[in-house]
Design a protein around this ligand. Structure first.
Ligand code: SF4
Ligand code: MSK
Length: 638
């Protein structure tokens, strides 16, 4: 599918969403973009991070152009901004860590025979166990899996001052050393999250620099107690993803089938929905449908795309529009990134919104818990509710845009190394590194993160990546960024000819053909969901280890062009702690403090080797990223 120009309001370049805007307008339904207009002008103090509500003497706000320069307690702009930033990073960290904790508990219950999930990722167990120093000799997979789960839980129960094991076991040793010297190695992740909330309370930490160090620590908790832990455990439970073909955008919805959308982040929910949709397809047919069609939105979609090739209906800002097709019978949500507005939109149709997690309920939704011990029962109820809803579908209200693109997913590190090993079995990373050295590949960019109503949906992802690919930059993607790129043909082999520069195309073709794909690899490799950013971290760490240099010296950049969630900020802080320049298309609310802004975009480079790079124009951002890559190449003598 070709990307088209933005519609008249500059809202989106997605033609399917544009089409559905017209339907929404005809039917009098508001979406996030309409609500954004109603919010304008948004509060300038809030945008700059200069509002404090941390005690009941406030809210206090700092005037960046004059008085007052302090809040009632004397906190100035730097302190208020740094405190707000730490709360925001910690919010993102808590989200990922709680998500990972659920997966760990599920694995523990599975090893006690108490959870209705089979162990599908035996291939992951040995590698994770080796990193954690768990002896596997003579033990069954379930026994080792249990020790892995208990090791993770020991981190959450750690009452000593020793750093958390998952970090020291999985992060590059050079980084652990740097972070140790900075005094930011996290201990028990829950304790550190608690401490960050405490430090930012009224009358506790008054040092902006100390708070910024705490931000880095919080980023590390996100990286290792959230992302890495989450990916490792989910791969053990659900299997290591392998390349798989699918399709993306609203055209994947099928008017002849019962359409169920999985939305959120937890594969323990989306996997069960996929399983029971298949098992209950006869009931769907008995209701007059041709079958059950599961489609994804956000990272629940990414999880089942990576492991089963489940198609994508859209990314973050598409969620309401998917319901507006009138063809969605049920939307099943778990945690994070579903808008409270979806129940109101759904009330205009027959669509059932189904919540599944105790911490994430919606007043007008159906709540069907998916819990480890009763997941099958819950999933069956969900499918049957969707079948009932389908019977009430109003054909006159159904309009599914035809737009969709072929897309490939499933590029775990194991899958990428597997493909490279077809070129050099003894030394799989060698072909990649050789091509970086000879300049066929200039460098690599990991593009991640969300959509945000403040920027045209998908435009930044697409324009930035087009320019980087044309300049022979290898691109990997996760989250809603991967979904954006999926919609416009960046995730299929044909996209390589269209978008990749000569050098990059030669490499993608050589690896793709050696791996038996009969053509090039897609120009953008989909590495998974937001927690799967750990896969990007592992790939970058492996490259650094191969070259025997720190990550900060590699020609590698991270980018979140259209970020919206606190999780995107905490992931970004982790990337900066790893030593990566991290581009963001929108600034977080820190511009009210020249000190904090300077530390994040400049001074921190002298501490971790990474820094934030804020640029809201796609072309300028591409040029800035390319300049950084060339500078790093020069540093390596390339
Ligand atoms: Fe105002 Fe200080 Fe209270 Fe914040 S902590 S609301 S700046 S008095
Ligand atoms: S879902 S965090 S909108 S990427 Fe992971 Fe998408 Fe951002 Fe949510």
């Amino acid at each position: 599918m070709e990307c088209t120009k933005c519609n008249e309001n500059g809202r989106t370049i997605d033609p399917a969403v544009q089409e559905l805007f017209k339907k929404a307008a005809d039917e009098g339904i508001d979406t996030a973009w309409d609500r954004y207009e109603q919010q304008k002008p948004q509060c300038g103090f809030g945008e700059l991070g200069l509002c404090c509500r941390n005690c009941l003497q406030g809210p206090c706000r700092i005037n960046p152009f004059g008085e007052p320069k302090t809040g009632v307690c004397g906190a100035d702009a730097d302190l208020i901004v740094a405190r707000n930033l730490l709360r925001s990073v910690t919010g993102g960290t808590a989200s990922h860590t709680d998500h990972a904790y659920s997966a760990v508990q599920l694995l523990r219950l599975m090893t006690e025979g108490k959870a209705e999930y089979p162990l599908k990722g035996a291939g992951k167990i040995a590698g994770v166990a080796a990193k954690l120093g768990i002896d596997t000799k003579g033990k069954k997979d379930e026994e080792v899996a249990r020790e892995i789960a208990l090791t993770a839980l020991a981190d959450f129960g750690n009452y000593s001052d020793a750093p958390m094991k998952w970090l020291t076991a999985t992060a590059p040793a050079e980084r652990v050393d740097v972070w140790g010297k900075l005094g930011i190695l996290p201990r028990n992740p829950d304790r550190e999250i608690r401490r960050a909330m405490h430090a930012t309370a009224m009358g506790v930490d008054g040092s902006p620099m100390n708070l910024l160090l705490a931000c880095l620590k919080s980023g590390l908790i996100d990286g290792y107690a959230g992302l890495h832990l989450g990916t490792d455990i989910q791969d053990i439970i659900f299997g290591i993803p392998a390349p798989v073909k699918t399709e993306a955008n609203m055209g994947v919805l099928d008017k002849n089938k019962i359409n169920i959308i999985v939305h959120g982040h937890m594969p323990e929910v989306s996997e069960k929905v996929v399983e029971w949709a298949d098992k209950l397809s006869a009931e769907a047919k008995a209701a007059g449908a041709e079958g059950i069609n599961i489609a994804g939105i956000c990272c629940s979609g990414n999880e089942v795309l990576m492991r089963h090739g489940v198609p994508l209906a859209g990314n973050f800002l598409s969620q309401e529009l998917a319901v507006i097709t009138g063809a969605v019978d049920a939307m099943v949500v778990d945690v994070q990134c579903f808008m409270p507005a979806i129940t109101k939109v759904a009330s205009c149709y027959h669509t059932r919104i189904i919540t599944t997690q105790g911490i994430a309920q919606l007043p007008d939704a159906e709540h069907i818990p998916i819990e480890p011990e009763h997941a099958d029962e819950g999933a069956q109820k969900i499918i049957r509710l969707a079948i009932e809803a389908y019977k009430k579908r109003d054909a006159a209200k159904v309009s599914i845009p035809r737009h969709k693109s072929e897309a490939w997913g499933g590029f775990s590190v194991e899958a990428i190394v597997g493909a490279l090993s077809k070129v050099d079995a003894a030394n799989p990373l060698k072909p990649l590194v050789d091509n970086i050295v000879n300049g066929n590949i200039k460098g690599a960019v990991g593009v991640v993160g969300c959509n945000n109503v403040k920027t045209t949906q998908d435009a930044f992802h697409v324009e930035l990546i087009k320019e980087l690919l044309a300049n022979d930059v290898l691109v990997v993607a996760t989250g809603c960024s991967a979904q954006a790129l999926a919609k416009y043909g960046f995730l299929c082999p044909e996209g390589a000819q269209k978008y990749a520069g000569k050098g990059l195309l030669a490499v993608l073709t050589a690896v793709g053909e050696a791996a038996g794909l009969g053509g090039p690899l897609p120009p953008v490799l989909h590495m998974g969901s937001c927690v799967d950013n750990s896969r990007i971290g592992d790939l970058v760490g492996a490259l650094a280890a191969y070259l025997k240099v720190p990550i900060k010296d590699l020609p590698v950049v991270a980018s979140a062009p259209e970020l919206q969630h606190e999780k995107a900020i905490s992931i970004g802080v982790w990337a900066v702690a790893l030593g990566l320049m991290t581009h963001i298309g929108l600034p977080p609310p820190v511009l009210g403090s020249p000190l904090v802004s300077k530390v994040l975009t400049a001074d921190i480079e002298g501490i971790t080797g990474g820094k934030f790079y804020v640029e809201g124009d796609a072309h300028k951002a591409a040029q800035g990223i390319l300049a950084h890559i060339m500078q790093k190449r020069k540093g390596l003598g390339l």
